[in-house]
Design a protein around this ligand. Structure first.
Ligand code: SF4
Length: 272
């Protein structure tokens, strides 16, 4: 593997890394010393908002290819203290290599967190059981049919919530803080008052925090960003209901390293 290009802005550094067989994967170094790594070349989940999964799945990355992203980033002069599996690919669909990489990263003293759609469920259970430093379950809709239209290869919402609920029920409040729900707001798709009420109900039931993500518009994908005013109103509503809520931080709303946009930096798509 070799770094073929580094794209920088004032906050993020996106490294395009070429595999031995000629594919390209992205790793993003965020200020704050967090490295977001990819787990697959392409992605078969095919979230309809995501430029990274647009061309479907090509292959899994090996253990060596996952840890090489870290090695290459460090060799390029960046400090890394945290790893997050939030780049291209669903980590659970490459679970054995991801798990071995997780163990390697932990042995180096790094903190390791995950973003996942929870598919497949067998590995979702296993992920919850490892000594991770954070799991965000990307739900994006509280309704099964709508969730399927956003995340085509996905489990039922209630099935995932029950697993999570069962897992966290006996955890200390400190450990519970390691779990959250990821909710990508998309204008007129999942940001209605009714759906947000339901999100609040679910978050309260499980005592989970919510990571409220802002959609990065991409040419060729018909979704629109929930305007700032409504985005903030939804954030305040969740907070008023005592739900710990985080907004997309400024690192994740950028063309370089923004959620769902990684691949557009090397394809002919543009953020709007
Ligand atoms: S958001 Fe993640 S899981 Fe969904 S298609 Fe993109 S890379 Fe895959």
């Amino acid at each position: 593997m070799e770094v073929i290009k580094v794209i920088q802005d004032e906050l993020n550094n996106l490294l395009e890394i070429k595999t031995e067989d000629g594919y390209t994967v992205e790793a993003v170094h965020y200020r704050g010393n967090t490295l977001c790594v990819s787990s697959q070349v392409g992605c078969s989940i095919r979230c309809t908002f995501c430029a990274s999964g647009m061309n479907g799945f090509i292959r899994n990355l090996s253990f060596q290819e996952i840890v090489d992203q870290y090695r290459l980033v460090v060799e390029s002069g960046y400090e890394v203290k945290n790893i997050t599996f939030a780049g291209i690919g669903e980590p659970l669909l490459n679970w054995q290599n991801v798990k071995t990489s997780f163990e390697y990263f932990k042995s180096l003293g790094l903190k390791v967190s995950f973003y996942t759609t929870g598919f497949p469920i067998l590995y979702f259970r296993q992920l919850l059981d490892i000594n991770h430093n954070g799991v965000t379950l990307s739900i994006h809709s509280v309704y099964d049919e709508k969730r399927k239209s956003i995340i085509p290869n996905s489990q039922k919402v209630e099935e995932l919530l029950e697993i999570l609920e069962e897992h966290i029920k006996n955890l200390s409040s400190r450990k519970k803080k390691l779990y959250s729900l990821g909710y990508l707001l998309i204008k007129d798709i999942n940001d209605s008052e009714k759906e947000i009420e339901e999100l609040i109900r679910i978050s309260k039931r499980l005592s989970l925090s919510v990571s409220l993500l802002k959609y990065n518009e991409v040419e060729g994908i018909p979704y629109k960003t929930t305007p700032d005013k409504e985005y903030e109103a939804i954030f305040l509503k969740l907070r008023e209901c005592d739900i710990k809520t985080t907004l997309s931080n400024r690192y994740r709303t950028r063309k370089i390293g923004g959620c769902g946009t990684l691949m557009i930096n090397r394809l002919n798509y543009t953020t709007l």
